[in-house]
Design a protein around this ligand. Structure first.
Ligand code: SAM
Length: 307
């Protein structure tokens, strides 16, 4: 079935008595080249000689799901809109390697889902990825949920997270400390993964066209806090606590933009203490959060809380 054909999408929606829901961020892909490229990029990050599974968030009418079914051994598609479930089974009728789960991704237990649906793949040396054309209204919460779903003392068991998001958010995610786009989301994701922008996608590729431009980004999990900040050598529980503290420092630092770190942290730590820690870290006293890397946030938190 031509799932990226605008008439097919309209006919399917009509047949199942559905209308596009703006509140669910439903902008469906209508140019097959885009989902094909997203699926191929996603698969390219996993070992081609090993079995591989993928979780898709928000399959819609299956535009991307069909290409994921072609690229991967197993696809688990999680869709919030109940009305789309029977439609998806008709649309994906030619594939037998997918499963659709009706759920709000934000309420799922990602680690358990991987264990439950992909154990045959992981037990055979394979990997699991996440791939999606995300609903833009919850981009940041979805991405943070993905990374925060796993034990902070272990490597995240995902080969990649490849998602289409709003271009502006993509630019923030891949920006460097000190640039205008750098923000809490950049420093937070940096605690878990290395991010890269893969390609841009213009509004004309969607039904309906969104008001913003889009881009596809890859986030490849690294070894987490243990890798980027090996100076912290706590036990499992301590690493979990430390990881939470670093995220709190990042949230405080970016809570009031254009304030120096010392001022934005003053609700939690005295200005004298923060200044002393910054001096010990070799960082200027008037620094702002926008200039600090994920590593800097780990080091500052470590010194503030534990030393
Ligand atoms: N993958 C399809 C495509 O590329 O054409 C649809 C992408 S559309 C931008 C986002 C999809 O996510 C919609 O199908 C929407 O119903 C679904 N969605 C929205 N919020 C969700 C949530 N919290 N959990 C799971 N799916 C969600």
């Amino acid at each position: 079935m031509q799932l990226c054909d605008i008439n097919t999408v309209r006919e399917l929606m009509e047949k199942y008595g559905l209308t596009l829901k703006k509140s669910y961020g439903q902008n469906f892909l209508i140019n097959p080249e885009v989902p094909r490229r997203i699926a191929e990029s996603s698969r390219s990050f996993a070992d081609c000689d090993k079995p591989a599974g993928v979780i898709e968030i928000g399959p819609g009418v299956g535009a991307l799901t069909q290409y994921l079914c072609q690229e991967y051994d197993k696809v688990l598609a999680i869709e919030l809109d109940r009305g789309l479930i029977p439609l998806l089974h008709e649309a994906l009728g030619e594939y037998d390697n997918y499963k659709v789960l009706e759920a709000d991704f934000m309420k799922t237990d990602l680690a358990s889902l991987i264990d439950e649906h992909f154990r045959d793949i992981t037990d055979n040396g394979g990997t699991v990825s996440i791939c999606a054309n995300l609903p833009y209204y919850i981009t940041s919460p979805v991405i943070m949920k993905i990374f925060e779903s796993f034990e902070p003392d272990r490597k995240i068991p995902l080969s990649s997270v490849v998602v289409m998001i709003q271009l502006e958010v993509a630019q923030r995610i891949v920006s460097r400390p000190g640039s205008n786009e750098y923000g809490a989301i950049t420093a937070s994701i940096g605690l878990y993964a290395d991010s890269k922008k893969l390609f841009d996608v213009s509004p004309g590729n969607f039904l309906p066209p969104p008001k913003v431009r889009s881009a596809v980004v890859s986030m490849i999990p690294h070894g987490g806090i243990k890798e980027i900040y090996p100076d912290f050598t706590g036990e499992k529980n301590e690493i979990a606590e430390f990881s939470e503290s670093v995220r709190e420092t990042i949230a405080l630092a970016f809570g009031q933009r254009r304030k120096t770190l010392i001022n934005s942290m003053s609700s939690k730590y005295s200005k004298e203490k923060t200044l002393k820690v910054l001096e010990q870290c070799g960082i200027r006293g008037d620094i702002r959060g926008e200039k600090l890397s994920s590593y800097d946030f780990c080091k500052i938190t470590h010194m503030l809380k534990y030393i």
